[in-house]
Design a protein around this ligand. Sequence first.
Ligand code: ARG
Length: 720
Amino acid sequence: MKKLFLIGLLSMLVSVKVAEAAAPDEGMWLPMFVERLNYVDMQKMGLKLTAEELYSINNSSIKDAIVSLGGFCTAELVSPEGLLLTNHHCGYSAIQTHSSVEHDYLTDGFWAMKKSEELPNEGLTVTFLHHMEDMTQKILSVVNDDMTEDERSEAIKKEIDKYTKEAEQDGKYVVELKSFFNGNEYYMFVYEEYKDVRLVGAPPSSIGKFGGDTDNWMWPRHTGDFAMFRIYTAPDGSPAEYSEDNIPFKSKHFLPISIKGYKENDFAMIWGFPGTTDRYRTSSAVSATLNEINPAIVKMLRAMLDVQDEEMAKSDKVRIQYASNNASLANFWKNKLGETRDLKRLNVVEKKRQSEKELEKWINADPARKAKYGTVLSDFNEIYSKYTEQNIFPLLWNTQLVFFGSQAFTLPSMSKGIETILKTGVKGEALQKEMQSYREKAEAIFKDYDNTIERRVLVTALEIFRDKIPTNQHPDIYKVINSKFKGDIVKFVDYIFEKSPFLTYDNFNKFLDKPSEKAIKKDLAVEMYNSFVMNFMSVQGGAKELATKNRTTQRLYLAALREMYPDKSFYPDANSTLRMTYGKVISYYPADAVHYDYYTTIEGVMAKENPSDPDFVVPERLKQLYYKKDFGQYAENGTLPVCFLTDNDITGGNSGSPVLDGDGNLIGIAFDGNWEAMSGNILFEPELQRTINVDARYVLWVIDKYAGAKNIMDELTIVK
Ligand code: ARG
């Protein structure tokens, strides 16, 4: 009896302990609410900064060191002179743009040894959050329950435009006013944008992309995934387009870099710009993702990648041309492959159904709730079964994938603009002046365009589309392919690549010399483009009612959920706005009886070396430093740390984000998620989900010992 009681007590204690230890470090929190919602918890976990030092409107704070890089990644200031750290994969497209067979910075890396060598990047911007504001009451004051969903959207859009315009102050700020919690709340983000951002340094891909697409999305990892940029301003410190007269940005706040290291369970927080999550997606929507959307993505992208991979291996020129495009397709493909598997493996649909059942019980327990939310869940089921019946998702997704992976639609999409110019009747020199902008656009497009790849990718895309989508839902171009080319897609594609003005550099330039409406009208590449667009729009138009109803339902669903748990702090889904996530350094069990430690070292780089696999080449210089054990002040236990794990809640867009210790020092840069929790954008898995970070000591070692970039080291503040 006594023994039983003891066991009971013990297991109770154990379960309490487990519950505490497993407190999920889930959540991407809004900076302005950190003090109210998270601060106390963060202090308990090891944060030593004040709330004001994290986010302040009046004084410099952590938020002033964090920028959105081009809207797709995060970067952070690490020097008083505007020096930024981010990921190698975030700088990849810029590095590629500066690369050629003669100067292959992708392969060899790039280091500006003085500021005058830093490379400008047209179109690349960074934005700082100036402040954010809760606009919920203002925005929602113009809507009421009698409005239709369309009236509601219209009214809200008008308000958003009004407040945005006001806050922009005639171009002083870039403003985003966005919906949060599916239209239940609205926040305004006021940003300062800088347009002169230069490349300062990047390791060779054999460090910055070590492991390549083989290791991508996986732990244990050995990638030095970092690159450096610098922000420049006009001489008076204001944002400006690139100019030789510009000067380095004066940082309001920058992050010291700690080489003290960390232990398991140490506090870690990440600030950055996560792109999209869908944590409140319902079971019916997850089913559609699993059965209809992801399979389409995986199938189409893999086939396109196979073509690219094969052709890229044949020529250095083509390898460089397609490096960035290929890496992002491959990244997306592997993400969706893993997401599909984990949605199944982790029973996400079933887990969602369970929580929907709870919600249903809660709704049905009260007549007022029933009146307000009674049909929410059945509405979802109805909406999604109609989507399925009409084959909407495969159709829309396959169309987008064709556009996404094939560049054969890019120039045809510009034919309308040329046609409009021709219709005005301009001739001779005036016409040639108008065509000049198209010549320039073409230079940019064809710089990274290979006829063989594009021809083969188009064949692949058109064939998969034809096989996956029922005939009655095909764009009209398939009728032409059937009648004029006996259904032979290869013949059709060969024909348009030979004849169309819009698919090859030579034909396009010839056309621009003598542009004619007639050539556009009879062109089959243009017809192909138009027919895909028309088809897409008519499907979208047909599904508009469903989409509208879905919006209403999603808003109500989230309102109900939050009403059901009044004491719970909810965080909004990621939407490319600045967020903070906090947690700890921590290992995990990827499978039964398998344990993964929380850090990797250079020993693992050497163990993975394989000179005959491009993903695992180790640079000669790295090996020499390794054999000499020349790790300097960056070593721990006689070796060099490379990557580590935290349980922070991040997603794409967070790439390049700083990992900060309790004192606000940078200890690493976040760059990936892990293979066992690929469904994390839909359901956070506290036991499995990890953030993969490159260790600040590895980054510094590469800059200092490998590259010998003393100029960069001199700018940094190192905490020992
Ligand atoms: N998985 C990383 C992310 O989404 C990108 C890694 C890029 N590397 C690559 N091998 N494609 O942020």
